[in-house]
Write a protein that binds this ligand. Structure first.
Ligand SMILES: N[C@@H](CCC(=O)N[C@@H](CS)C(=O)NCC(=O)O)C(=O)O
Length: 240
């Protein structure tokens, strides 16, 4: 199967969670919007798929994965689709549902981390909601960051292996690597302050980063840098 990923080309964003799975699973795929516009790429490629009036099952937002005629939307849903196909989730049904629950919890976490810098509306600039962002950042750091990270640390500890679901790597580990890397960029001081409480998560981040396919990918130009256009953003006043 040759996969097509459709995601905004200028940021890692939610597309990165899918890219990491495709890379680790050595999938044959094209990151369509990263192609030049005159080759059918760019933002218009995403818009065309979103607005395809012939599609009886229209998607809401990217990332989107095209697999033959099938268009799969929503990050966690795409990963649930890819997991078994790329050997990135255990076979047992119970573990698959557990994995999906973990991925959905990461969806919530990422959304909350995003809403720190955009607490009022995505359509407004950060500068137009700085007061609310500052207020929200205090609650995020002292309540939510701690709660989510402690939860994932507990999952790792109880799982009894070096990976989230035990001995073998799964798409959950790849996503958790991306969550940790994004948080380390956006909230370096807060993350340093929490480091001793989440040793397993920090180790998992390093183990995933060192996996050959992932290491090769993150050293390549396809891995865009973090930025203040991305889902998690570093504004020093919101950290610490
Ligand atoms: N929960 C969805 C969120 C999808 C989403 O918000 N996509 C963003 C890009 S990262 C978007 O373009 N959203 C358009 C909108 O919400 O209007 C997922 O995890 O895939």
């Amino acid at each position: 199967m040759k996969y097509e990923l459709y995601y905004w080309p200028h940021i890692q964003g939610r597309g990165e969670y899918v890219r990491l799975a495709l890379e680790e699973g050595e999938a044959d795929y094209v990151d369509v919007a990263r192609l030049p516009e005159n080759e059918g790429g760019g933002r218009p490629a995403v818009a065309r798929l979103l607005q395809d009036a012939a599609n009886k099952h229209p998607p809401f937002a990217p990332p989107l994965l095209k697999a033959g005629k099938l268009v799969v939307s929503y990050t966690a849903n795409i990963l649930q689709y890819l997991g078994p196909r790329l050997g990135l989730v255990p076979k047992a049904e119970g573990l698959r549902f557990y994995a999906h629950g973990l991925q959905l919890t990461m969806t919530d976490f990422v959304r909350e981390a995003h809403d720190v810098h955009h607490p009022i509306a995505n359509s407004l600039y950060y500068e137009d909601q700085k007061v609310e962002a500052l207020r929200r950042s205090r609650h995020f750091k002292s309540e939510r960051l701690t709660k989510f990270l402690n939860y994932f640390e507990t999952v790792l500890a109880r799982g009894g292996g070096k990976y989230m679901l035990g001995k073998s790597v799964s798409y959950i580990d790849l996503s958790l690597f991306q969550v940790m890397a994004s948080l380390n960029y956006a909230f370096p001081k807060s993350m340093a302050g929490m480091s001793e409480k989440v040793p397993r998560l920090n180790t998992l981040h390093d183990i995933v980063a060192a996996r050959p396919h992932i290491a090769k990918y993150i050293a390549s130009p396809a891995r865009l840098p973090f930025s203040t256009h991305d889902l998690m953003r570093h504004y020093p006043e919101l950290d610490g």
